[in-house]
Design a protein around this ligand. Structure first.
Ligand code: M6R
Length: 369
């Protein structure tokens, strides 16, 4: 069932356009209307939400971090994100006006399940984002939005992450519509862009070959650092997690603005640093800041691997390797920016002879706390 691929992970990376298309199917109509019926939360309930708390583990947590940027921007609802294993031990403040979003591919992660139970005891409403039909977390939640990624066999989350992002965007956009947010035009434009994501993902997959060669050339490195800002920061975290779990390498992500507060001391000659660059349009302040960050690490000897929008010539002089991704709205960029990271980690792990479907010490679903 690997369809000619040596590993499920390779197959699952290639399946991403379809996984995202299937997750959007029937939920986004041509006129920009969103239909999320199975959420089982009424528009009135959604209008009464005063705070959102997202709980998840691992890669699903990274999807939650990205969702926060989108939800707060589109809906102006305060949104916290926390790893599920920390959540209930700190006496969090929840009530009936709190919407808890639990993100779990398997629907069985014990940490997330315990957090869901705790939230419901505190009378918060719980909405699950889940890939496995009828699994425990959606069964114990008030509502669910299923991702339609199909079964994911590789331990590393790939296609399910992209579909979790699509689900988070759908929820954010739907909340904005239901609550009648003032930037209706922006919301409609983003919905139209979201519908084109499967094609954009396809384009990234068609262009990732050079990433493989790059990854193989780094197989003997000990450490890789990842930098990002805004939604690029959780993308950097996801890139680092993939490298740790698959290639067993030390990898760490930083918010690029934090470099000067300590971590820049780590930079030494030849150290690979992967940087996710935000779109040069619209958010030019962020873009210019990250270009400075790239210059700073390069001046100290880093080997820069830059993921940037196609046509963004401003980063080329400072990029030892430049990976181009399609131009999409900033908040949606994680969908395209994550893919080169997945390919990078997978290829590097394969170059080291690791089994990317079954990395050591890990299980696909973690059913202990
Ligand atoms: O099934 P879940 O989404 O609840 O799983 C959460 C994490 O265990 C999972 O995302 C893990 O981090 C992945 N192996 C990462 O690739």
């Amino acid at each position: 069932e690997k369809d000619g691929f040596d590993y499920f992970m390779l197959k699952e990376i290639v399946e991403q356009p379809k996984a995202v298309a299937d997750t959007l199917l029937g939920r986004v109509s041509v006129d920009g209307q969103l239909t999320l019926d199975e959420m089982r939360l009424t528009p009135a309930e959604l209008r009464s939400v005063e705070k959102i708390v997202i709980i998840a583990c691992g890669t699903s947590y990274h999807a939650g971090l990205i969702a926060k940027y989108a939800i707060e921007h589109w809906c102006r609802i305060p949104c916290e994100v926390e790893v599920a294993s920390e959540f209930r031990y700190r006496d969090p403040i929840l009530d009936q006006q709190t919407l808890v979003i639990a993100i779990s591919q398997s629907g069985e992660s014990m940490d997330t399940l315990m957090a869901v139970r705790y939230a419901r005891e505190q009378r918060a409403r719980v909405l699950a984002i889940c890939n496995v039909n009828g699994s425990t977390i959606p069964r114990e939640s008030d509502g669910v939005l299923y991702t339609h990624a199909g079964p994911e066999v590789g331990v590393a989350a790939t296609k399910t992450f992209l579909t979790q992002l699509a689900a988070c965007y759908l929820i954010g956009l739907y909340l904005a519509q239901v609550r009648g947010m003032k930037f209706g035009d922006e919301i409609n434009a983003v919905i139209a862009q979201l519908a084109t994501m499967p094609e954009q993902i396809e384009r990234v997959l068609d262009s990732v070959e050079p990433v493989r060669a790059l990854a193989r050339s780094l197989a003997d490195e000990k450490t890789v650092l990842f930098l990002g800002r805004h939604v690029g920061f959780p993308v950097a975290m996801e890139g680092a997690l993939k490298l740790k779990e698959l290639a067993y390498m030390h990898a760490e992500a930083f918010a690029a603005g934090e470099l000067k507060h300590g971590s820049i001391a780590l930079i030494e000659d030849g150290l690979p640093v992967v940087v996710v660059v935000p779109s040069p349009k619209g958010r030019s302040v962020l873009h210019d800041k990250i270009v400075s960050n790239i210059q700073e690490v390069r001046a100290r000897g880093a080997r820069t691997i830059v993921i940037a929008e196609e046509g963004d010539e401003s980063v080329r002089p400072y990029s030892d390797s430049l990976i181009e991704i399609p131009a999409v709205p900033t908040l949606l960029q994680p969908i395209v920016a994550t893919i080169p990271m997945q390919v990078f980690a997978c290829e590097l792990a394969l170059a080291k002879g690791n089994d990317v479907d079954q990395p050591r010490n890990l299980a696909k679903s973690v059913t202990v706390e």
